[in-house]
Ligand binder design. Sequence first.
Ligand code: AMP
Ligand code: GLY
Length: 422
Amino acid sequence: MNVLVIGGGGREHALVWKLRHSPLVERLYCSPGNPGMTEAECIGPADFEHLADFAKRQHIGLTVVGPEGPLCAGIVDVFRARGLTIFGPDREAAQLEGSKAFAKAFMGRHGIPTAAYGRFTEAATALQHLAAHGAPIVVKADGLAAGKGVTVARTADEAAQAVRDCFSGAFGEAGRTVVIEECLVGEEASILALTDGRTIVPLASAQDHKAVGEGDTGPNTGGMGAYSPAPVVTPELWRLIERDVLGRFLAGCQKDGLDFRGVIYAGIMVTANGPRVLEFNVRFGDPETQAILMRLDSDLAEAMLATAERRLDSVRLRWSADPAVCVVMASKGYPGAYGKGDPIAGLEDAAAAGAVVFHAGTAAKDGRLVTAGGRVLGVTARGPTLRQARDTAYAAVDRIHWRGAFCRRDIAHRALARQATP
Ligand code: AMP
Ligand code: GLY
């Protein structure tokens, strides 16, 4: 089978890397891809119709969509209308990520535990709600805002500013509706699951590090590192998540007639009162996927094809017990403004240290590999213990250099602290 992956970041590199292990996969393409993807032929960017033309011409048996943008814009609908097999929710179901108000209403209808909230389309009523509830409180632009639309406001002023920013167009269309939520307290976990609309199969748990600075300080990023499994998800909590989040999610899709054949990612806050869903994403997490796929022993292509063809009940996923850690190396300044075009050295040494280096923001220039994004590389390793996996990842990180490279030195700190306390 020939396979096409859509996207070009670290998550897509991890998908391509894992798909390349599958005996089912013959030719593997990625659009646009990135220079690290030696496992695939990168075909550059194209619009949905041209990608569907390509898929027809090259006899693509399965297309896998990485990012939320194309899913929310309806790539799945375009491909299915052309009789192509594609992994991902259709445009309607993708609103579970594309609109926070849609997701909150879905959770409310189907009894999925989440923060209390209000939905507003005018600044005046939103500000009244803030005045009545006080801080801390969470203000979210309804639509896709590249991870920047959420403000966890510590003060009433900060919350009011976030509301004004949304309605004054800071996030464009995405901010025309605002969701204001109760502020939850706890540790976060990322729970991903494959679903074909009939069956739901959880993947290994993970935790992501969103803040840019060590000790989870500073502004939020797309994710500075991740590890799997996440020990905060105890067996008891896992049962609750399966029943109250994943089970109700599947039942909800069935009741609402949503065509969801892909991966659902529930961002969970583990509160004193049990798990609460912070958000749904309708795609793989980045960088969670880099860590999770390092632990998957089963054939990913087979599982994804079964998902797209509604045969997921035939799939059993096998996982390595060995934990995995992904450390993101970023460009100085990220998540603010950062430079580009700095030559990257040491990737072969890093691989020799036992890590797999997934590319996220790299480019080829005059035959050299250079930086081309905020998050540049995801240095990922597996080990018999979490500590060993982490040590291997950092040993590899220490062999990679470019001007202005930085990373967090404390990836997996919560899990390691948990293990240290009896
Ligand atoms: P979201 O994009 O909705 O997941 O929000 C991004 C981040 O904001 C989450 O990973 C949390 O760290 C934080 N967050 C979102 N919603 C809440 C909430 N209701 N209470 C506390 N923190 C939140
Ligand atoms: N790592 C967070 C996300 O993928 O949304």
